[in-house]
Write a protein that binds this ligand. Structure first.
Ligand SMILES: [Ca+2]
Ligand SMILES: [Ca+2]
Length: 274
């Protein structure tokens, strides 16, 4: 028993010792240097930091506009196209109106959470704009793992499903959002602002969001369960939120879906043609 405790303690120490803090020091977009370890010996780009990050590392992204400029949408290690998070990182900007990551120059989304590793990815204080993909999640695609979001804005992104955000977490994954603006995003299918669909046992909670002026074929503001499996009963709570001025070509101008709970939510002035 004593050996087991000692081994666990050693593993915990190793994990905490390996967590690093990277501070991005340029708005340029390249991957040659990866000079992110303190003290930085050169450029630490956002792409460098995200590709290096894992093991609960923290990435600080100062105020500024970070325009992604390396084309190539088919890889998932942050080398080209969108930024891909493949481990547990805490991505921290200066505020959603101060730190902006733009994919205007790409044919790809802005940010993808490919997976976390038995922990949590957290993203806070960042705006994601200009993402454009024929896949899902134009601003942010949460593909797998537990994800915590605070103070994020998704503006002017487009995708197949989830123009601003698509979240299709795996079994048992939890999506927590506290402070989100999804404005003028477009989806060719469902969920102009947000598309949520997940495996059995996963859950999502959205608090303090404004989901406005988004457009989709179905579910102009939010689509729930339109892609992947639907969330289970009681698995989605939306509270203290406004869903307004969204538009669907077919069904669900504001919200499309079933089996969710709304608490202190305004659903107003949304339009649908069918
Ligand atoms: Ca990707
Ligand atoms: Ca990529």
């Amino acid at each position: 028993m004593g050996t087991v405790v000692a081994v666990l303690a050693a593993m915990t120490l190793a994990q905490s010792a390996s967590a690093a803090t990277f501070t991005v020091n340029t708005t340029a977009d390249h991957v040659e240097d990866k000079f992110c370890n303190a003290p930085p010996a050169g450029d630490c780009t956002l792409r460098d930091a995200v590709s290096l990050g894992g093991a609960n590392d923290t990435i600080n992204v100062p105020a500024g506009t970070y325009t992604l400029s390396l084309p190539g949408a088919t890889e998932d290690l942050s080398a080209t196209g969108d930024l891909d998070i493949v481990g547990d990182v805490n991505l921290i900007g200066a505020g959603s109106s101060l730190t902006t990551v733009s994919a205007t120059d790409l044919e790809d989304r802005v940010l993808e959470v490919v997976s976390s590793q038995d922990g949590t990815v957290s993203i806070q204080g960042i705006g994601l704009t200009g993402g454009r993909t024929i896949d899902d999640g134009g601003g942010l695609f949460h593909r797998d793992g537990t994800l915590s979001i605070m103070d994020i804005s998704l503006v002017g992104n487009s995708a197949n499903s989830g123009g601003g955000l698509a979240s299709f977490g795996g079994s048992g994954d939890v999506l927590t959002i506290d402070g989100l603006t999804a404005d003028v995003n477009v989806s060719t299918e469902d969920g102009g602002g947000i598309s949520l669909g997940a495996n059995t046992g996963s859950s999502a909670r959205i608090t303090n969001a404004v989901i406005s002026n988004n457009r989709a074929r179905e579910g102009g503001g939010i689509a729930i369960g339109a892609q992947g499996s639907p969330l289970g009963p009681g698995a989605l709570l939306i509270e203290h939120t406004r869903i307004e001025h969204n538009h669907a070509a077919l069904h669900g101008g504001g919200v499309l879906g079933a089996s969710f709970t709304l608490r202190d939510v305004v659903v107003d002035d949304n339009a649908q043609l069918a």
